[in-house]
Design a protein around this ligand. Structure first.
Ligand SMILES: [Zn+2]
Length: 163
């Protein structure tokens, strides 16, 4: 069940323009319920390995993932990507390329577009101890389970980087 961002009421599914979307009985289908959220993730590559963070918070606490997160209001995707790498992995990054734009399922009725960047960094990663409990480099053959279908994007990043 989704909830109205204006009043918090349950927003059950209803048809809007032929598409089933969550609708508040009072406020209707608010754009935050209907639109796809904007997120970024960063594949920092070095010597054939990709930098992953062990998540300390839900969802997927305890799993490894690319550093990333929501784009803040008014923030450029590139800025968000560099900020997330700094916050979650403690590294300054140079973005090399936009690997691609992807659709990802977040929770029921909630969708994300993910801008995935390929990046390099000369810094030594450090877990922040809050969002991230550990950081490590993984080769393609060592990849752990990755949420949100990140595995295909990580493999694409390693291939694109010529690793
Ligand atoms: Zn409402």
């Amino acid at each position: 069940m989704s909830f109205c961002p204006s009043c918090g009421s349950p927003a059950p599914a209803a048809l809007v323009d032929g598409v089933e979307v969550p609708c508040c009985p009072v406020h209707g289908a608010a754009w935050r319920l209907v639109r796809t959220g904007s997120t970024v993730e960063v594949a920092v590559v070095r010597s054939g390995r990709v930098l992953l963070c062990k998540r300390a918070t839900e969802p997927y606490a305890g799993c490894w993932s690319l550093p990333g997160g929501f784009v803040n209001p008014g923030e450029a995707p590139e800025e968000a990507a560099r900020r997330e790498a700094r916050e979650e992995a403690g590294v300054e990054t140079e973005l090399i390329a936009l690997l691609g734009l992807y659709l990802s399922s977040y929770r029921k009725d909630e969708w994300l577009t993910v801008a995935t960047y390929l990046a390099r960094s000369s810094g030594e990663p450090v877990a922040d101890g809050k969002e991230t409990s550990a950081v490590a480099w993984f080769s393609e053959g060592e990849l752990p389970f990755l949420p949100w279908n990140q595995e295909e994007r990580v493999r694409a990043a390693l291939w694109r980087a010529g690793c």
